[in-house]
Design a protein around this ligand. Structure first.
Ligand code: SF4
Length: 361
């Protein structure tokens, strides 16, 4: 009989060092590919929050000074937290201080994203193939949007590298519809974004929203509801200035002369001398996503996107992974990999009722 400590020593030591659970998960993806269950044409990506093994009582205020180095001497989860502070999926994902930080698992994010009571959580991120909802990649991340979008990019790149899978389209919700993410998909990966555009330009005060201004490609100008042009430069500067501001937006301005004489001014720019319209340097990719959103293929992608939500529901209700047992980024990673591998094996068993064919060695 092995000594009882063998299990935890293997789990925290040898298994983790060898990346065994990652290899196990990738073996399930390869098997699904070998059995023809991965189409490779369309993918969907999403993230789901899983409660961490941490509670509010044993946490510090986000602004409180905590001696993490001292805590790291006795807690593995704190060492992992310090090791991942510079990683895009973890500490570097956002500079915003959370309201509370757990002393037992500081990489877990205090979140109120699910409405109701806030809690500490990690995010599990799935990239799935839309043909049979096989999970082609999984990644643990901090439970904030920037980290989830970063995890989606990591998974797309890794799936291309490891399995040579190059999807033509990616379905996702508006959390993935920021201008720079759409541009990355379109220009750097050649993937059609079947994603609602993340757009906060709508106005609630009754004045004209940006959607009421039409962009004219030939003139590189917006046409306002009164038929006047909004251009990037109304005058020429002696020292040329960059066309885009530091936030990656170009500003198109109406002429004060036009606005002063316009009967629609109270509904357009009642508090400013002339109307301004910001346009992202990635507006081309946003326009492409808007055009795709009008197609029948988009309606199909939207329906198919539900498959990834069903996998998360199965993960929580049937596999009972609604709360993590292990702490730290690596603990979350291990549990998410094991769960995704189990879901792929279940898929194999379900879709191949006679069992997978034995592959030649
Ligand atoms: S106020 Fe200026 S920008 Fe607005 S509709 Fe009139 S002319 Fe066009």
């Amino acid at each position: 009989m092995p000594d009882h400590s063998t299990f935890s020593k293997n789990r925290h030591g040898r298994f983790r060092d060898s990346d065994m659970l990652r290899e196990l998960f990738e073996a399930t993806v390869r098997r699904c590919m070998d059995e023809g269950l991965v189409g490779g044409e369309g993918f969907a990506v999403d993230a789901s929050l899983i409660k961490a093994d941490a509670n509010r009582q044993r946490s510090a205020e986000g602004s409180e000074t905590v001696d993490w180095t001292a805590l790291a001497e006795t807690r593995r989860s704190v060492r992992e937290y310090l090791d991942t502070l510079d990683e895009a999926a973890w500490g570097a994902a956002s500079g915003v201080k959370p309201k509370f930080v757990s002393k037992s698992d500081p990489a877990a994010q205090w979140t109120g994203a699910l409405k109701g009571h806030a809690f500490f959580a990690y995010a599990t991120n799935y990239l799935i193939d839309l043909q049979h909802a096989v999970i082609v990649d999984v990644e643990a991340s901090r439970a904030i949007r920037q980290a989830e979008v970063g995890a989606a990019r990591t998974m797309i790149e890794r799936t291309q590298d490891r399995f040579d899978l190059w999807p033509a389209r990616l379905a996702a919700d508006s959390a993935y519809g920021s201008a720079d993410n759409l541009a990355w998909l379109v220009h750097e990966r050649g993937i059609e974004p079947h994603i609602p555009v993340f757009d906060k330009s709508g106005r609630q005060d009754g004045t004209f929203s940006r959607s009421e201004f039409t962009y004219d490609h030939d003139q590189d100008a917006y046409v306002c509801p009164a038929g006047k042009l909004l251009r990037q430069r109304q005058r020429t500067y002696r020292n040329p200035r960059p066309l885009a501001d530091e936030d990656g937006m170009m500003r198109y301005r109406a002429s004060k002369h036009d606005c002063d004489a316009c009967a629609m001014k109270p509904r357009c720019c009642p508090n400013t001398p002339a109307r301004k319209i910001p346009r992202s340097i990635h507006e081309g990719a946003r326009d492409m996503a808007r055009a795709i959103a009008e197609t029948d293929e988009y309606a199909t992608s939207r329906r198919q996107r539900k498959k990834v939500e069903m996998l998360f529901a199965h993960l929580k209700r049937i596999l009972r992974l609604d709360r993590l047992r292990l702490r730290g980024p690596l603990g979350a990673r291990d549990e998410f990999h094991l769960a995704a591998a189990a879901q792929n094996l279940r898929k194999l068993a379900k879709l191949l009722p006679n069992g997978p064919q034995v592959m030649p060695a």
